[in-house]
Design a protein around this ligand. Structure first.
Ligand code: HEM
Length: 382
C-alpha cells in the first residue's frame, strides 16, 4: 500500500475511490479534514429509513451512538464523561499494574519456550487485561471479546459472516454484566457509567452499550498492533534492535516511530461532507464519504525526512497515528504507556529474541481499517 499512497500524494492527493467516496493522502490535507467541522461523523442525516441492510434496528442504534461516530454536542457530552479515566495522570497510576501483567505474561512465555506467537501470548493479552480491569469486565472472557471485536471490525469491511449472532451475544453478555454491577457496584468504569445512566441526562441506554463496546474494541484491536508492528519493524532493522536493547531510554521514541512507520489504524477515520464543497481541487457532494489515510499521512515526505525509513531516533515526529481534532484518540496515553512497558519488559526479559523464521513473509490481516499482523512467531533463546 505504501508505494501506492506515495503515487497518490504526488499525482492525485484527493483520490476518487468511487463516484461518492474519496481518499485523502497528504499529511496537511488529512489534518485539515479531521479538524474541519464541515466534515462530520453522523451519516444518518443523509439517509431516510433504514439504510444499511446488514444492520438490524436495535443493533444499529447501539453502533450509531458511539462517541467515535457522533458529532458535537453529543460527542462533547460523551467524551467528557470518560475523559477523566484516560487522562495521562490517571493512566500513569496504572503503570505498576501494567508492569505486573507484562511480567506475568513473560513468565508464562518463558515456561512455554520457543517458538512463541508474540501476538497471541503477549501483545494481545496485555492491553486486553488492562482495559478489562479498567472497565470492570472479567479478563478471563477475553477470547469471547476477541471474536466479537473481530466480527464487528470485519463487518466494516463487509467480511463478517456471523455479524448478527455475535453482536447479539455481545449485547446479551453486557446486559447480564450490567445487571450484576447494578446490584453489586464495583470501583470500575462500568459501575460509574451505569450510575450516570440511572441519574439520566448524561447518557442514555444505547449510549451506555455503545461506549462499552467502543472501549472494548478500541482497547483490543489497536495496541496489539502497535506492539507487534513495532517489534516487526525492529526485526526488519536488526542494528536498531540491538541499539535499543543496549539503550532502553530509546523505547519512547521507538514506540512513536512504530506508530508512524506501521500505523496501527489506517482508515478508521471516516468523515462525511455535510454540504457540497471544494476540497483541494475536487468537488465533493453532500453526503460523500471522505477517508483519511493515516498511514499515508505518516509517510508524507513533505513532513518527515526520509519518510520511508524506520528510525527509532527520529527527532521530529508529529505523526497522526492517533488521529487529529476533536476525535483524537481517547486512549493515546494508555496505548503509549502499554507500548513502552511492553517493549522494555520484552527486550529485558529476552535479550536473544529473534524471528523464528526470518525468511518468511509477514502475514498482514486483511482488514482495511487497521494494519496488523496475523501472528509474529519468535524464538526467545539463542
Ligand atoms: C479514536 C487510534 C488505542 C479509544 C481513535 C482515532 C484513532 C485512534 C486514529 C480517531 C479516529 C477518527 O478520528 O475517526 C488508536 C491507536 C491506538 C489506539 C493507533 C493504539 C496504538 C486506543 C485505546 C483506547 C482507544 C487503548 C481505549 C481504551 C479510542 C476512543 C476513540 C479513539 C474512545 C474515539 C474518540 C472520540 O471519538 O472522541 N483512536 N487508538 N484507543 N480511540 Fe484510539
Amino acid at each position: 500500500a505504501y508505494p501506492f499512497y506515495k503515487e497518490l500524494r504526488k499525482d492525485d492527493p484527493v483520490f476518487a475511490m468511487s463516484e461518492n467516496s474519496w481518499i485523502v493522502t497528504k499529511y496537511e490535507h488529512v489534518k485539515e479534514l479531521l479538524k474541519s467541522p464541515s466534515f462530520i461523523k453522523d451519516q444518518s442525516k443523509f439517509f431516510s429509513g433504514d439504510h444499511a441492510e446488514d444492520h438490524l434496528g436495535e443493533i444499529d442504534a447501539i453502533f450509531r451512538h458511539m462517541m467515535l461516530d457522533v458529532d458535537p454536542p453529543n460527542h462533547t457530552r460523551l467524551r467528557k464523561l470518560v475523559q477523566p479515566y484516560f487522562n495521562p495522570r490517571t493512566i500513569k497510576g496504572l503503570e505498576p499494574r501494567i508492569r505486573e501483567i507484562a511480567d506475568d505474561l513473560l513468565t508464562d512465555m518463558k515456561k512455554k519456550g520457543s517458538p512463541i506467537d508474540l501476538l497471541n501470548d503477549y501483545a494481545f493479552p496485555l492491553p486486553i487485561i488492562v482495559i478489562s480491569e479498567l472497565l470492570g469486565v472479567p479478563a478471563e472472557d477475553r477470547n469471547k471479546f476477541r471474536k466479537w471485536s473481530n466480527t464487528i471490525l470485519a463487518a466494516a469491511d463487509n467480511l463478517a459472516t456471523d455479524f448478527v449472532e455475535d453482536v447479539e451475544a455481545f449485547i446479551t453478555y453486557l446486559t447480564h454484566l450490567f445487571e450484576e454491577r447494578k446490584t453489586y457496584p464495583k470501583d470500575d468504569l462500568i459501575s460509574k457509567l451505569l450510575q450516570a445512566e440511572e441519574e439520566g441526562e448524561k447518557l442514555n441506554k444505547d449510549e451506555l452499550y455503545s461506549m462499552i463496546v467502543l472501549l472494548i474494541i478500541a482497547g483490543h484491536e489497536t495496541t496489539v498492533n502497535l506492539i507487534t508492528n513495532t517489534m516487526y519493524a525492529l526485526f526488519e532493522h536488526p542494528a536498531q534492535l540491538e541499539k535499543l536493547k543496549t539503550d532502553l531510554s530509546l523505547v519512547e521514541s521507538a514506540i512513536e516511530e512504530g506508530l508512524r512507520f506501521y500505523s496501527p489504524v489506517d482508515f478508521s477515520t471516516a468523515r462525511w461532507a455535510e454540504e457540497d464543497t471544494e476540497f483541494h481541487g475536487k468537488t465533493l457532494k453532500r453526503g460523500d464519504l471522505v477517508l483519511a489515510s493515516l498511514s499515508s499521512a505518516n509517510r508524507d515526505e513533505a513532513i518527515f525526512e526520509n519518510a520511508d525509513q524506520f528510525d527509532i531516533k527520529r527527532k521530529h515526529n508529529p505523526h497522526v497515528a492517533f488521529g487529529f481534532g476533536i476525535h483524537f484518540c481517547l486512549g493515546a496515553p494508555l496505548a503509549r504507556l502499554e507500548g513502552r512497558i511492553a517493549l522494555e519488559k520484552l527486550l529485558t526479559a529476552f535479550p536473544d529474541i529473534r524471528l523464528s523464521n526470518p525468511f518468511q513473509e509477514p502475514e498482514w490481516r486483511p482488514v482495511f481499517l487497521l494494519r496488523g499482523l496475523e501472528k509474529l512467531e519468535i524464538n526467545i533463546e539463542d
